[in-house]
Design a protein around this ligand. Structure first.
Ligand SMILES: [Zn+2]
Length: 167
């Protein structure tokens, strides 16, 4: 083993680029929106949620924890594969929309930040799709070359062979 190899072994491996984990921030935003919506619409008091909103929030938080996209997840509201179930997704969208409107009146900065986070999530989504299409292309190319190889060897067509023989 050369000295260089030994050094390489000792040195820590270079970390892959990290994605910013926006999940804790999203959780916080969801909680705030739920709080604002429930307070305005369900007459809940002392900063507590009504039983219905509590149940929905619990479901949402659990689903976020188990999100298959991990920290690369998009914001739940813009997710292409919502996992809350149809009813809960509708209720969630309504709550978030209503809650955000209420929050906009009290803290405009939060809404702006949420918009920016949404843009970041869109970027992550585009990246995911790009990864996917590149893999798909690769597979297609492999399949094509396989087919091309299968046809190449047995067939030496007469019409084309006259020209190619000179090469
Ligand atoms: Zn409520």
């Amino acid at each position: 083993m050369s000295i260089l190899d030994k050094i390489k072994k000792i040195l820590p491996k270079r970390k892959p680029p990290e994605f910013k984990n926006n999940v804790p921030k999203e959780r916080e935003n969801i909680r705030k929106a739920f709080g604002a919506y429930c307070k305005a619409n369900h007459e809940s008091k002392d900063g507590k949620l009504c039983p219905k909103c509590t149940a929905l929030l619990t479901t949402v938080m659990l689903k976020i924890q188990r999100c298959p996209y991990g920290i690369r997840k998009s914001v739940c509201e813009t997710c292409e594969t919502p996992c809350f179930g149809e009813e809960a997704t509708k209720e969630f969208s309504k709550t978030m929309e209503g809650g955000r409107k209420k929050l906009l009146l009290s803290s405009p900065m939060m809404t702006v930040k949420h918009k920016i986070a949404g843009l970041g999530a869109k970027y992550a989504k585009i990246q995911r799709q790009k990864d996917y299409t590149e893999k798909q292309k690769e597979n297609e190319e492999k399949a094509k070359s396989k087919i091309a190889n299968a046809f190449r060897s047995p067939k030496k067509s007469k019409s084309k062979s006259k020209k190619k023989k000179k090469k």
